[in-house]
Design a protein around this ligand. Structure first.
Ligand code: LLP
Length: 423
């Protein structure tokens, strides 16, 4: 993946597209994704999994643009969804229902019903109450739902607390002890076929040990279930593979090493493996292009004020996440230190503090790296800033895959309070 398309200071093109020309034509802020880089990530993971009966179910939440989902569909991937909206997007993009799995602790009856109607492959069930809800809703359709128990293996993923999901204290999944009771009583389920396990311990994981530990716990339970007469049709190993946000510092997970851990932990399993990577497939394939509005010399710090803000890319504000920032300009310049901020009216609207960058001037074009995952999909219109445009690049050509939102689109649906009614 090292020779994947990537914006560097020396090379102001991305996937063969000149970024100055692109920004000049479409304006900034602008999300730009490399189709080539995404295809390379998919192919790399598929190669690493060769020989296994494995289905990659892309975690739609990472980047849910229909054109990105279309790339996943073209490559034969499935989808991991967490809402009826994601179900609709995945189906609209051509991902077959038979390759869709549904995760999340708060599935509503309507969402369960929509997923049954579409004929999705499997529900990843997070609580006994949800199991009963699926049984009930499937019963009203005289359908049978395939289900996996999401195991909470009580493993520390060694990542940011807000994106850690596999500790006993987290809201996700159930203990192995509880899952054991579900299987023991599964004959009572008439509309749920409980024959799978699921585990997802967190996101942006850069260390293989937590994966190994979680998968070994799941594997021990799978063997126990087989002994007890409960063979499994599938084991879903979740997502969480970390990527490189900081060049020269982050050591991203290698697909081959990850696959080796899965192969070793689940050796002898003859059902289907499911994987739910999101970030790994798209994060490094995207940049947020932004221009310098001005430089403000504060009394204590020097601020680089961009036209992009926390509403466009929330990760630095929400998780103190590091994103490399690269000026799209080949000329060498002396270094300068900046607090890189957006125009939104709160101090948390900061992309980087005390960041050393080549000296900048108003109008300069910058690329915020690693913006392909959890960027546009977490954007909002806070401060009444319309959603930014998204563009897909592919070997020298580009296609707009989301128009910049207009003011009218931003306020569509709002109206003066005039038609008062009693509930
Ligand atoms: N499967 C399940 C059940 C998940 O909850 C998630 C992510 C994934 C798969 C995909 O994880 P990935 O491979 O992308 O790490 N907004 C945060 C990340 C939240 C991840 C939530 N769940 C961020 O920007 O870092």
């Amino acid at each position: 993946a090292n020779d994947s398309p990537r914006v560097t200071a020396a090379q102001p093109a991305f996937d063969g597209v000149d970024l100055h020309a692109l920004a000049g034509r479409l304006g900034t802020p602008l999300y730009a994704y490399s189709a080539t880089a995404i295809r390379q990530r998919i192919a790399g993971l598929q190669t690493a999994l060769a020989g296994l009966d494995a289905t990659i179910c892309y975690a739609v939440k990472a980047n849910s643009n229909l054109a990105i989902l279309g790339l996943m569909a073209d490559a034969g991937l499935g989808a991991d969804i967490v809402s009826a909206g994601e179900l609709k997007r995945a189906l609209a993009a051509g991902i077959p229902a038979a390759r869709i799995v549904f995760s999340g602790v708060g599935k509503t009856d309507d969402e369960i019903d929509a997923a049954l109607e579409a004929g999705i492959a499997r529900f990843n069930v997070e609580s006994l109450d949800e199991l009963h809800a699926i049984e009930r809703v499937a019963g009203t359709r005289s359908a049978t739902a395939n289900a996996a128990v999401r195991i909470n293996p009580d493993v520390d993923a060694l990542t940011h607390a807000k994106i850690s999901t596999g500790r006993a204290e987290n809201k996700f999944g159930v203990s192995i002890a509880e899952a054991r009771r579900w299987f023991a009583e599964r004959a009572q389920l008439r509309h749920v076929r409980l024959d799978g396990l699921h585990v997802h311990i967190g996101s942006q994981i850069l260390d293989l040990d937590p994966f190994r530990l979680a998968l070994h716990r799941v594997a021990a339970f799978w063997r126990e279930l087989v002994q007890a007469g409960h063979p499994l049709a599938s084991i879903d190993v979740g997502g969480g593979l970390g990527v490189r946000y900081r060049a020269g510092q982050d050591q991203p997970i290698d697909a081959g090493d990850y696959a080796a851990v899965v192969r070793e932990a689940l050796a002898g399993f003859d059902g289907r493996l499911l994987l739910e990577p999101g970030r790994y497939l798209v994060a490094e394939a995207g940049v947020l292009l932004t221009r310098v509005l001005r430089i403000k010399e504060g009394t204590e710090r020097r601020f680089l004020v961009l036209d992009a803000a926390m509403n466009d890319l929330l990760r630095p504000s929400l998780y103190d996440a590091w994103h490399d920032i690269v000026p799209v300009s080949p000329e060498p310049r002396p270094p300068a230190t900046y607090d890189v901020v957006g125009p939104v009216c709160e101090t948390g609207d900061t992309f980087a503090r005390g960041r050393e960058l080549p000296e900048c001037a108003p109008g300069d074009l910058l690329a915020i790296q690693g913006a392909g995952a959890y960027g546009a999909s977490m954007a909002s219109t806070y401060n009444s800033r319309p959603l930014v445009a998204e563009v897909l690049l592919d070997e020298g050509r580009y296609a707009v895959i989301r128009r910049r939102q207009t003011y009218e689109e931003m306020v569509a649906g709002e109206q003066p309070a005039q038609d008062w009614q009693a509930p």
